[in-house]
Ligand binder design. Sequence first.
Ligand SMILES: Cc1cc2nc3c(=O)[nH]c(=O)nc-3n(C[C@H](O)[C@H](O)[C@H](O)COP(=O)(O)OP(=O)(O)OC[C@H]3O[C@@H](n4cnc5c(N)ncnc54)[C@H](O)[C@@H]3O)c2cc1C
Length: 209
Amino acid sequence: MEILVIGGGAAGMSAASWARRKAPEARITVLERTNIISHAPCGVPYYIGGLFKDYWLLQAYDVKFFRERRNIEVLTNAEAEELDVRSRVVVARVGGQRVKLEFDRLIVATGARPRRLLSADARVLYVHHPADAEAARRAAEAAREVTVVGGGVLGVEVAEQLRNMGKAVHLVHRGPYLMSRDLDKELGSALTQMARGAGIDVRLGVTCV
Ligand SMILES: Cc1cc2nc3c(=O)[nH]c(=O)nc-3n(C[C@H](O)[C@H](O)[C@H](O)COP(=O)(O)OP(=O)(O)OC[C@H]3O[C@@H](n4cnc5c(N)ncnc54)[C@H](O)[C@@H]3O)c2cc1C
């Protein structure tokens, strides 16, 4: 049996490992669009802030581990571009070549996408995937003043790191207080005050388009 997994993040690599346990004889292949798998995006704000310099610390297990220890083939820089469910074929771009991969079972674990701003230009960076981290870090280092859009947990983490780097930071959030989807008013207001106390210019009730 051929099992194909699209996406080499936490969900994709866990699903591939689970499939290996359930189907010891299957051929399992994972396609990952970027150069990194089994990654931990939770480290990205701290990588941007310079708390650690080694990009590969964002990866829990590497391709070799999955190949040798779990008998799972992993193709990086391999983006699934087309899916034909009826013929059970995925067409992927692997290192510049278009490759057809057949499957008996397909697992789609492509994650989520950040909402794109309509007014975005090259100065707008999205902090979502470890593959975005290097560009975000270089841009942060070069900037004097940064606006962070979104006052959820990630926005707060990124704003804190940028402030620690000595940047002038504006944090724009559409809710009435920071992390308003996760915290009640009392805690969220305390967090908002702390952020302001740390010198972050918090703007509430603002929606960026
Ligand atoms: C900055 C940041 C900080 C976070 N901090 C925390 C935290 O502290 N604690 C916590 O629990 N969660 C945290 N999260 C959330 C957590 O990272 C996600 O819930 C988790 O990464 C989801 O895993 P996933 O595998 O579903 O998706 P993803 O991690 O998005 O992985 C999907 C993978 O699929 C690949 N892919 C997409 N399309 C294709 C395609 N067509 N072909 C091939 N590959 C494709 C992508 O490149 C990606 O590697 C954070 C997220 C971010 C962005």
